[in-house]
Design a protein around this ligand. Structure first.
Ligand SMILES: Cc1ncc(C[n+]2csc(CCOP(=O)(O)OP(=O)(O)O)c2C)c(N)n1
Ligand SMILES: [Mg+2]
Length: 358
């Protein structure tokens, strides 16, 4: 099988859907994934969810600018198709998710209430972590969403532990551990890969390759910039996916889930994507040109992509406008709520510090 992005530099996004190479000797390969054949209703739902993330993140950026959100804030704009495509394939009752600090989109794609997420951003008691976690430390054990982690790469061994828990408890769940291209250069990632394959743990390692780690491009920092190959030494297969195409993301996730659920151990999905905004709200973005960003927006925007699919499926422009209106209302209400909800009482400083006695 041909590698998806063989003729492109890794600095470009928009490689074609899920192809993988038979790189590891004597190792069965996952099936070649296809684009998910979504129904019109499913396509509409993907559009809705991606638009919700985009408008939510734009609003979060505005509230940050007004000083209503403090600390760090990393926006997910541009990467929406990854979280929406992947999360839509998961079993919310069984599967667990863990990610880094760029986490609002994953929470929204998991169906968490935008009000509760926005209230966390503004540090209010009604926030999902009672206003004590902020942008980077959102958590919902009920939804099996285990953060929100500010330490780059930390979620990879933690996710491997979650996968160990799934296997040990025989609960049929799979862990999805998201991390970035920058994180993929860390040593702890490879210790986790080794254990995960050795113990055949049910985990999908999702590398969200948005081409940059803060201001450093993949090509400047990665000796092997085809990140789907990073599991080879551990005999973990990898698939490179067009992360700007929600149907490709969903299709590859189906393939990965089939692999993992059938007991074959971990798998890597490299999602080729792009972030339009700076690394965080305080990034002056001097390491890339405006033209580069604009060119990705023009050629590969994930929301425009689905809009075209919807038009082909016969959905009227007015129906899309109605969804846009509905989403703006949800986001405005979330912002109003997050601006007016009370702050936590000082006593909250002493809660949730330890889970219990050891
Ligand atoms: C262990 C550690 N080292 C460095 C940092 C500072 N830092 C925060 S984000 C980041 C870049 C990570 O980039 P990537 O993994 O590509 O994720 P992205 O921000 O692109 O989503 C760095 C170096 C940190 N938070 N933790
Ligand atoms: Mg990155």
């Amino acid at each position: 099988m041909a590698k998806a992005a063989s003729s492109r530099s890794n600095n470009e996004s928009g490689s074609k859907t899920g192809k993988s190479e038979p790189l590891i000797p004597n190792r069965e390969r996952p099936d070649e994934p296809g684009r998910y054949p979504a129904s019109k209703d499913e396509l509409l739902e993907f559009y809705r969810q991606m638009l919700l993330i985009r408008r939510f993140e734009e609003k979060a950026g505005q509230l940050y600018g007004l000083g209503l959100i403090g600390g760090f804030c990393h926006l997910y704009i541009g990467q929406e198709a990854v979280a929406v495509g992947i999360q839509s394939a998961l079993d919310g009752d069984k599967d667990s998710v863990i990610t880094g600090y760029r986490d609002h989109g994953h929470m929204l794609a998991y169906g968490l209430d935008p009000k509760v997420i926005m209230a966390e951003l503004t540090g209010r008691d009604a926030g999902i972590s009672k206003g004590k976690g902020g942008s980077m430390h959102m958590f919902s054990t009920e939804k099996k969403f285990y953060g929100g982690h500010g330490i780059v790469g930390a979620q990879v061994p933690l996710g491997t532990g979650l996968a160990f828990g799934h296997k040990y408890n025989e609960d049929g769940g799979v862990c999805v551990a998201y991390f970035g291209d920058g994180a993929s250069n860390q040593g702890q990632v490879y210790e986790a890969f080794n254990m995960a394959e050795l113990w055949k743990l049910p985990i999908i390692f999702v590398i969200e390759n948005n081409q940059y780690a803060m201001g450093t491009s993949v090509n400047r920092s990665a000796a092997e910039d085809q990140l789907f190959r990073r599991g080879e030494s551990f005999r973990i297969p990898g698939i490179q996916v067009d992360g700007m195409d929600v149907l490709a993301a969903r299709g590859a996730t189906e393939t990965a889930l089939e692999w993992v659920r059938s007991g074959k151990g971990p798998i890597i999905l490299e999602m080729k994507t792009y972030r339009y905004r700076g690394h965080s709200m305080s990034d002056p973005a001097k390491y890339r040109s405006r033209e580069e960003v604009q060119s990705v927006r023009d050629k590969s925007d994930p929301i425009e992509h689905v809009k075209r699919e919807l038009a082909d499926a016969g959905v009227a422009e007015d129906d899309l406008k109605a969804i846009e209106k509905e989403i703006r209302k949800i986001v405005n209400e979330a912002a109003d709520y997050a601006e007016t909800a009370p702050e936590p009482e000082p006593e909250e400083l002493y809660t949730d510090v330890l889970v219990g006695k050891y």
